[in-house]
Design a protein around this ligand. Sequence first.
Ligand SMILES: C[S@@+](CC[C@H](N)C(=O)[O-])C[C@H]1O[C@@H](n2cnc3c(N)ncnc32)[C@H](O)[C@@H]1O
Length: 295
Amino acid sequence: MSQANSSEADSNVWTIGRLINWTNQYLSDNGSDSSRLDTEILLAEVLGCERIMLYTRFEEDPGEQIRSKFRELVKRRAAGCPVAYLVGHKEFFSLKFKVTTDTLIPRPDTEDAVQAILDLAKNNPSQVNTIADVGTGSGILAVTLAKELQDCRFLATDISEAALAVAQENAHSHGVIDRIKFRVGDLCIPLQGQTYDIIVSNPPYISETEIEECSRDIRDYEPQLALVSGPTGMEIYQRLVPEAQPLLNPGGWLVLETSPMLAPTLKETLEKQGYQNVDIKQDYTGNPRIVLGQV
Ligand SMILES: C[S@@+](CC[C@H](N)C(=O)[O-])C[C@H]1O[C@@H](n2cnc3c(N)ncnc32)[C@H](O)[C@@H]1O
C-alpha cells in the first residue's frame, strides 16, 4: 500500500477521537445541550475506563464490539434518555450513586441541602444525632450525610419501594447501611414513634402545568412520582410542614429543598405553622433553594 493510500485508510478508521467528534455533533443536533460530556461519559462506560483516560486514547481503534455497544447507547441518548439512566449511575457530592428509572437523577442543587445540614451540625455537634430523610429516592441525602456525620443515625423513607431498594444498595456500597433504617410509606407516617433532630426532604415540587414545559429528558424519563406535587407544586409541602413539626426534638430543624419560585411561599408556610428562625439559603448559582425552620 502506498503512503497516500495508507493515510487515506487511516482516516476512515473510527478511532476514539473520531467517534467523540462525530457523536458530539450528532447528539447536539438531536437536542442535547451537554453533547460533548454525554459522548465522553457513554464512551468511557463502554470502554470501562475513567473519562479522563479517553484523552490518552484518541488514536486507538476500539473495535467493532465496543462501537456497536456505544452506537446503541448513543441512539437511546439521541431519543432523549438521560445519560445517568443509560450508564446506571450519577455522581453526587463526589460519590457515585446507582440510579434507575425508579429514582430521580441526583441534581447538584441538592448538594446545598447537604451543606445546610453540615453547617447546622458543625454549629451544634451535640444536638444533631438523628436525621430523617423523607422521599430519599436513590438515598443521596441520607447516604452522603451518613458518610459525613459518622455519629448520626438515619431513617430514610420513600413511598416507592423500588426507589427505596436502590437507596439501600447505595447505602451498602458506601458502607453506611448499619446506620440507616429504611421504611416505605407516605411522608411522615414512617417516622412515627420517634423524634428527630433534623428532618430533611427534597420532595416533588413541580406543578402539573410546569411538568408539561420540562424537557423531554425529564418529562418522559424521570418518575412523575418524584417530580409532580399537584396543581400548584405546594401540595406535598402543605402536608409535610405540619406533619414534621411534632416529630422534631426541641431545637430541631426541618430542611427542605425547593424551587426559587416557591421559596418565598414555602418560607411563609413554615412561619405560619410556627417554625422559628425560618431562613432561605441560596444554591451554588445564587438562587433561593433551601428553606429551613426550627421548632
Ligand atoms: C424529588 S425526588 C427526591 C429524591 C432524592 N431525595 C433526591 O434528592 O434526589 C422525591 C422523592 O419523594 C418520593 N415521594 C413522592 N411522594 C411521596 C410521598 N407522599 N411520601 C414519601 N415519599 C414520596 C418519590 O418517590 C421520590 O423518590
